[in-house]
Write a protein that binds this ligand. Structure first.
Ligand SMILES: Nc1nc2c(ncn2[C@@H]2O[C@H](COP(=O)(O)OP(=O)(O)O)[C@@H](O)[C@H]2O)c(=O)[nH]1
Ligand SMILES: [Mg+2]
Length: 316
């Protein structure tokens, strides 16, 4: 079987096989065959999420982080998710070009994915793509995602550590405070420190941390100019220190357990939802239900309750 050969090659580090498997997964083909077979081969990859508003420099930082990781001979997988191009289902060309210099490095695997209109800002197949990258043997996996409200929260489910990228003079710190996304970043990265307003955003971030009186730890703040690689070594050190801390405490295990729980729940949700769509409420029946509510003979809550009752009766 073709899938078996791909799985075999992927676990041996073959990028083309990994790319083909991801395409199959995105198209929901052979999913139930691929994941169970790949799962035992996963390396213990460390997953770093990078989030922040469009244009703050996430792709540039990703590019420079890859350089840092490669310097220490680690293998890296990158998933760049771009919800800003829902129509093409693809990612921005710019990201690909920016990351291209790593494209010939056989120890760096880069994949752009569209979020295909998925609400959380992450593509629906993210979990399964991470499984492929882990089976490919990546030491580090970087997920780059555009942060607009909800999606920052979503990324926490997948990542062991999240870098929240902000820029001076952007009002980003206000956004952090208002949106309550303080908790999301494990490290705050102030990028574009070649621009004015660095001290201001830094003191605002410190103030927000003071006000929030963090129960756990103070977030380190890295000030960088990514394209010039200024501060990248310090950021790298912060990442490693935090990672070591997580590994020493049971935090990393807890995160993995939460991730598994979310994976099971999200798979269940998917199958139950499609089961409902195909079996419980076929399109024709759905139209009848809509008619009834439309004619004010029922309401959406009562209608869904009734359908659920019917469903449970059928089960028993
Ligand atoms: N001046 C300046 N420009 C930067 C810096 N980092 C990134 N940029 C530029 O900002 C733009 C957006 O960067 P990109 O990495 O694509 O941002 P993303 O949308 O968050 O992935 C690009 O033109 C970068 O060259 C920086 O530290 N200083
Ligand atoms: Mg980008």
């Amino acid at each position: 079987m073709k899938v078996d050969a791909l799985i075999d090659q992927c676990t041996k580090g073959n990028h083309r096989a990994a790319a083909k498997l991801i395409t199959l997964i995105e198209n929901k083909e052979y999913l139930e065959e691929i994941i169970p077979k790949l799962y035992p081969y996963r390396k213990n990859s460390y997953i770093i999420g990078i989030t922040g508003a469009p244009g703050v420099g996430k792709s540039t930082i990703t590019d420079k982080l890859i350089t840092q990781f490669r310097h220490y001979n680690a293998t890296v997988g990158v998933v760049a998710i771009d919800p800003t191009s829902p129509f093409s289902g693809g990612a921005l060309l710019g990201d690909r070009i920016r990351l291209q210099k790593h494209a010939t490095d056989e120890r760096v695997f880069i994949r752009s994915m569209g979020s295909r209109g998925h609400l959380g800002g992450l593509a629906p197949a993210t979990n399964d793509v991470l499984t492929v990258l882990a089976a490919l043997g990546c030491d580090y996996i970087i997920i780059e995602t555009v942060g607009v409200g909800q999606s920052e929260i979503e990324i926490v489910k997948y990542a062991d550590m999240v870098l929240l990228v902000l820029t001076p003079g952007s009002g980003d710190s206000m956004q952090v405070m208002k949106a309550g996304i303080m908790e999301i970043g494990d490290i705050f990265v102030i990028n574009k420190c070649d621009r004015p307003g660095v001290d201001k955003i830094e003191s605002e971030l410190n103030l927000i941390q003071q006000i929030n009186q963090h129960k756990d730890r103070l977030r380190p703040i890295a000030k960088i100019v990514a394209p010039k690689e200024i501060g990248m070594d310090i950021l790298y050190k912060m990442i490693m220190e935090l990672k070591n801390e997580q590994e020493k405490s049971s935090e990393i295990i807890m995160k993995h357990r939460v991730r598994i729980k979310n994976e099971i729940l999200s798979n269940l949700q998917d199958s139950i939802y499609s089961h409902i769509q195909t079996n419980l409420i076929p399109e024709k029946k759905m139209e009848t239900c809509v008619d009834i509510v439309f004619d004010n003979k029922s309401d959406p809550i009562t209608m869904s309750r009734k359908l659920l009752d019917e469903y449970q009766k059928n089960l028993s």
